[in-house]
Design a protein around this ligand. Structure first.
Ligand code: ADP
Length: 364
């Protein structure tokens, strides 16, 4: 999705990917197949580029330091990105900055986990510090016995234990920051998860009072500034019944909670990310309509989405369909749909119908 923006900005992308069939490789002519953990491959990629950036967090931090030390513009830089790679590093830093987090502890063994759970109340949310995504690497445990396998496997490197927040809903605050320090924020959105995977995003978050929206945006801009983030930063938040926000996690790249901006905002997160990492002036983030709803299309019963895609376009010409060119596997994110307009119920219903129909959950 960054390529669409790159074409319009006149920016040439160069891609390193492990899989020659992956979605980005299908649309970026200058693609190299190689591994993001291979320093030589990374060095070859970086040679002669204006900036190096990412669409996932899995490039080893030490490789990023090596690229930065060799003079490449790594954006976001490793000192910032490590907070999106390692949840314990993130919790420590945000707590030091006084930013609102769930109560948490680094736990090495059953005794430490039990002590934490007894203090904050069970169940406890246990997370691997690195490598998790879409709810993998997150587990709700009722006692230390439920975590025996993880504690054994983690072999000395601590796990992150968090109080289980009784949140009202999940929000995301999306901002961008450039190396010269310019920043821009989109409206705070509500993100609805199903089985740990983002299902739907509503922009702006319905009924969110101005104070909470302001606090969420302030938190995100502070994170961006204090950590020296360059590019897009998504801050996933919990909204509590007391009208507070707590930071769940950070992503330093265009994020699923910002896909709505492609159709729903004057500047999309992909365009903004490129502008930011290249230190170009940022674009305005004004929404195109009162409401924008994005629903993810997960792999379902149809292997070939063409018929259902055709039907959705014919039924509702206002639906914007985005397919990623990925092989359809059950539960895999293979695309998304976006609808925007003035009536939230109508916009939500149309987006939901389109996504469910493409996937094959409904057939009329
Ligand atoms: P991932 O890195 O896999 O996205 P997250 O840390 O975002 O993992 O957690 C996945 C989901 O688990 C969250 O979207 C939220 O629904 C739930 N969750 C995570 N942390 C907590 C918590 N402290 N309290 C309650 N629910 C949580």
């Amino acid at each position: 999705m960054m390529q669409t923006a790159a074409v319009e900005l006149g920016v040439r992308l160069r891609l390193l990917t492990v899989d020659p069939d992956d979605a980005a490789a299908q649309v970026i002519p200058q693609t190299t197949v190689g591994h993001h953990t291979d320093l030589t491959a990374l060095q070859l990629l970086a040679e002669g580029t204006a900036a190096v950036t990412f669409d996932h967090e899995h490039v080893p931090t030490e490789h990023l330091h090596a690229l930065a030390d060799a003079g490449h513009a790594v954006r976001p830089g490793p000192q910032a990105l490590v907070h999106a790679q390692d949840k314990l590093v993130m919790r420590r830093r945000l707590t030091d900055l006084g930013l609102p987090c769930p109560r948490w502890a680094a736990v090495h063994d059953a005794a430490e986990l039990t002590a934490f759970g007894d203090e904050v109340g069970w169940p406890v949310v246990l997370k691997t510090s690195r490598g998790g995504y879409d709810g993998k690497g997150v587990r709700v445990v009722a006692g230390a016995d439920d975590a025996a396998d993880w504690l054994e496997r983690s072999a000395g490197s601590p796990l992150l234990a968090e109080e289980k927040v009784a949140y009202r809903r999940e929000l995301a605050a999306l901002v961008a920051r450039s190396p010269s320090g310019q920043a821009a924020a989109w409206p705070v959105v509500e993100s609805i998860q199903v089985d740990g995977v983002c299902d739907e995003v509503i922009a702006p978050a319905p009924g969110l009072d101005d104070d909470t929206a302001g606090e969420a945006t302030t938190v995100a801009l502070r994170v961006a500034g204090e950590l020296g983030v360059t590019g897009v930063l998504a801050v996933e938040l919990f909204e509590t019944d007391q009208g507070r926000v707590l930071v769940n996690e950070l992503a330093m790249r265009p994020h699923n909670s910002g896909h709505w901006t492609i159709d729903g905002s004057v500047t999309s997160q992909f365009e903004q990310h490129l502008r930011a990492v290249l230190d170009l002036p940022l674009g305005v983030t004004t929404p195109r309509a009162r409401w924008t709803v994005m629903v993810n299309v997960l792999g379902g019963q149809y292997e070939d989405l063409y018929r259902s895609y055709l039907h959705v376009m014919a039924r509702d010409p206002g639906v914007k369909v985005h397919l990623y060119g990925k092989a359809v596997r059950p539960g895999r994110k293979v695309g998304h749909v976006t609808v925007y307009g003035e009536d939230l119920d109508d916009v939500r219903a149309r987006a939901r119908h389109a996504a469910d129909f493409i996937r094959g959950v409904i057939d009329e």
